[in-house]
Each structure stands twice: as C-alpha cells, then as structure tokens.
Design a binder for this molecule. Sequence first.
Ligand code: FAD
Length: 460
Amino acid sequence: MADDIIQTLRDIVGAPNVLTGKEIEDRSAIWGTNQPCAAKAVVRPSDTEQVAAIMKACHQRSQSVVPHGGMTNLVQGAVTTSDDIALSFEKMNQIEDVDRTAQTMTVQAGVTMQQAQERADAEDLFFPVDIGARDNCMLGGNVSTNAGGTRVIRYGMMRDSVLGLEAVLADGTVISSMNKFLKNNTGFDLKQLFIGTEGVLGLITRIVLRLRIKPQTHNVALVACDEYEQVVGLLNQARESLGSSLSGFEVMWDNYFHEVVRPKGRQPSPIEAKYRFYVILEATGVHVDSDDEMFEAFLTEIFESGLVADGALAKSEAEREAIWAIRHDVEWILGAALDFDISLPIADVYEYSEAVSAAIKDEIEGAKVVFFGHLGDNNIHISVQCDGARTTRAHTIERHIYETLRPYGGAISAEHGIGIEKKAWLSVSRSEAEIELMRMLKRSLDPKNILNPGKVISLD
Ligand SMILES: Cc1cc2nc3c(=O)[nH]c(=O)nc-3n(C[C@H](O)[C@H](O)[C@H](O)COP(=O)(O)OP(=O)(O)OC[C@H]3O[C@@H](n4cnc5c(N)ncnc54)[C@H](O)[C@@H]3O)c2cc1C
C-alpha cells in the first residue's frame, strides 16, 4: 500500500510522473557531485493547476516540498531529505507565446535559459540574461535566484527581465500576476515576493519575460593590465567611451587565467600569459556602420593611454567564443574547491583580495585563493583550494572571506543566493531588522513552513 501522499500525487499527475526509490537516487542532489538525491518522491507536474493541487494536498498534510529546477545552484538551495517531496519543473517546458510588438515571451517555469535565448533569436529578438549553466538551468530557477551572469552591466539581473509571473503559494493558492507592461503601478508589485527568494515563499509556474532588441554588432577583446588601478581606470574609460553598448567587463586575476590557458590549462590564449590581470571587454549594439569603428578607436585609446599592457581583438565569431571560453572554463574550480560569490565597492576589491588571500594562506599552508568575476557589477568570485576545503577547512575559510568583507559593507552573495550554504553568515550583510522582516513574510505566506524549509533563513 503506497503512502497516502504518494497515491494522491499519482492521482494528480499520473503514476509515471511520481518517481520513487532508485529513480530518485539516480538523480544528483548537488550540481557537479555524485551525491544521490534523497526524497519521499519526485513529482513532475505539467501545469499550474497540477502544482496547485499538489500544494493543496501537501499543505493539508503539512508535507514539505522542495522545488527543483535545473539543479545548477551552487548554494545547496534545492537539497532534499528523505522526508521531502521534490517538485521538479522539468515537464513544464512550454514556450507559450512570443509577442514581437510588446517584446515579451511567456514561458512555463521549466523552460531552460538556452531555449528562451534560442527562441528569442529565432524571432529576431534578444533574451539578455546569460550564465555558464544556460543549457541546464531553468527560468523558474533563474527567477527564484535572481540570476546574474555576464551581461548585468548592460541589462541588469533576471529581475530586470521579468515583467510578470504566476506563483503557487504553500496552501495551493494561485497568484497570477502575468503583467506584460513596462509600466504598471497598480498596487503592490507582487512578483518581487518570488524573485530571488529561492522558493521559500511560493513556486513560480509561469513567467512573462522582457525581451530586447537583438544586437547587430558584437565586439569582444581580451586585454591585460599590470596593476589593479589600471583595471579600474579601464572600467571607467569603457563606460565613458562605449556608453550603453558596454555589455561585459569580466576580470580574471593571474592565478585564474594562467590555470585555464595553455600550457597549464586547455584554452588557447591570443595574448601571452605573463600579466597580473586580464579583462574581457564586450560591446554590442545596433549601429552596423559605426560600432566596430568605435570599439577599435576605444582599444587604440586604452593602449595609447597606457591603461593596458597587451590585448587582442576578436575578428570572428570563433575568436569571440574562444575568448569567452577562457572565462566560462570554471568546472576545474567548482569541484573540490570552496567557491564564493561576493559584492563590494570596486575601488576596494584589490585591497580586500590581498587581505583575504594573506589571511587564508597564513592559517592554511599551501592554500590557493583564486579571484575572477563580473567586476563591472561589483561582483567577484573567489575559489579556495586546499585539502579539506569543502569539509574540515570550510568554516575557517568562510570566516576569513565573510568577516573580512564586513568593514567594506559587502554582500555575502552577489548572485548565487543563500540556500543552506550561506545561511549562517546572513547577518554579515543583513541587519537583524531585515532578517526579522524576511521571517515575518515567510511565516505569513507559509505558516506551516513546508516550502523549501531550512533554506535562506531559520525561523527560530
Ligand atoms: C557552470 C555554472 C555557472 C554559473 N554561472 C552563474 C552566473 O554567472 N550567475 C548566476 O547568477 N548564477 C550562476 N550559476 C548558478 C545557477 O546556475 C543559477 O543560480 C541558476 O539561476 C539556477 O537555476 P536552476 O534552474 O538550476 O535552479 P535550481 O538549482 O534547481 O534551484 C535554485 C533555487 O530555486 C528554487 N527553485 C527552482 N525552481 C523554482 C521555481 N519554479 N519556483 C520557485 N523556486 C524554484 C530551488 O529550490 C532552489 O532554491 C552557475 C552555475 C553553474 C553550474
């Protein structure tokens, strides 16, 4: 006799869409690991009505539910126990509509980022949010983590690409807020409750995405600097000379770059690997007659003013991809290393990086502290490699990374979210009053604490 909730779920979505036993263990619990998933069942609804019915049934039984998107989050945000029901959005993968005049795309939450990008492109439009996990991550997961990526400097984070959404509350109530307008101040902007809240306040089922004009020109260059001050000068110059066409400013410290490019790594580099900082500059635009010229003039300017020591302009799509491949080749650090994703004032980043690196190396002999990231958005990633980085040494490393951040008023999560991994450090970046307000919202919307319990905030 099946557990009562399992039978109820089968009645709602059909038996083949309720996975149990070995079928669950074959799924991974945490991206990039072989840790098997544990759950009472994985349920795979195909529309909002089914999600609402699932939540109603689970609410009646005080049954916990953990939403699963593409499972690419890096903060243990979708981890389940054997007592939880995992609700996977993988069957909710329909693109419902593209409105070319309104420049919107309406999707179910299980559509992948790459599917949305490709469909927008086929319609001669552009979906700008782009991250390395694009082929696996799903738009529901992207909204619930407010994903960032490499084009935030121009188009903002996921929040800036969401016009409306539909969500199901813990008790099964459907909140349909499928706004399609750029302007709509009709009362509270309820979608914001579900953007970036990692599935603890509601389950996102459908989304109205904001699309943009498709860029007609694309310029990418890789440049190198000897000093951090030059990197900051370069950013200011790029903002001034390229204006709103600046769509990417990615910085890699030498200990990232030299590891990824040949001969040590696998990526070819168009410039020599002998500098301290490397920057990928990207500009996109619609002025086919003048954008390339403007970008080349900008490169000449930064060479002549001594801001950069070396550089290469990509001349073809293949060369552009080869430069970006250096920045996207991150799997070598995501495995055994402990990874961080922080924000702080751009002017303080170097001082912070030196302080944190020295503190960790002082306490952990042989540790490697690698820096790279979306500097134009105040955001750097840090990867710490040493024996026990993810286990016995984790707390020591976290203490140095986060406590050193305090005086700069930094954010412990720039884009990956909090999940379980960063929960203990929330107070470094958020006041007690802010955390209490988060708890108040959670208690009001989910009084039985059944939605993604234990993630982001503790209720006690
Ligand atoms: C190689 C790689 C590169 C990455 N680069 C970036 C980057 O540049 N920028 C960035 O921001 N992130 C990046 N990430 C992190 C990750 O891809 C993002 O956080 C992404 O948005 C997660 O989407 P997902 O579908 O995989 O969500 P999941 O991992 O499945 O879930 C993420 C969180 O949202 C909840 N959730 C999932 N679906 C829903 C839903 N429909 N409704 C409510 N809650 C839901 C989950 O319970 C969990 O708490 C990267 C990850 C990898 C592996």
